[in-house]
Design a protein around this ligand. Structure first.
Ligand code: HEC
Length: 74
């Protein structure tokens, strides 16, 4: 799932990026996903407020399938 997060979120949320203060996503540290999984689900899937540039249905489906399968980070 790392490429998905790198692609859709990393630009603004990687360490030292403009919006890392709201949620810091570190591609080399899976706990930055795990520890925030319920908030991530909420903004990505429930509210659909992140990323601001809307995801396509298939990109959203990739996230949902991954989440429903227990959101493995390895
Ligand atoms: C273009 C830059 C940009 C991208 C890409 C982006 N974000 Fe954000 N993110 C922001 C900004 C700016 C905020 C501050 C809240 C706001 O203004 O909406 C934010 C806030 C957040 C927050 C804090 C909760 C909140 O709603 O304030 C979370 C969690 C978050 N983003 C997760 C993500 C995830 C997950 C992705 C990828 C799916 C993502 N963001 C992609 C810019 C971005």
């Amino acid at each position: 799932m790392r490429p998905w997060f790198d692609n859709h979120c990393g630009g603004c949320h990687r360490p030292n990026a403009s919006d890392a203060g709201r949620w810091e996503y570190n591609p080399y540290d899976a706990t930055t996903i795990e520890n925030n999984i319920s908030q991530l689900y909420k903004v990505i899937y429930t509210r659909r407020s992140m990323p601001r540039q809307k995801l396509s249905a298939s990109e959203l489906e990739v996230f949902k399938t991954w989440y429903d399968s227990g959101h493995p980070t390895n």
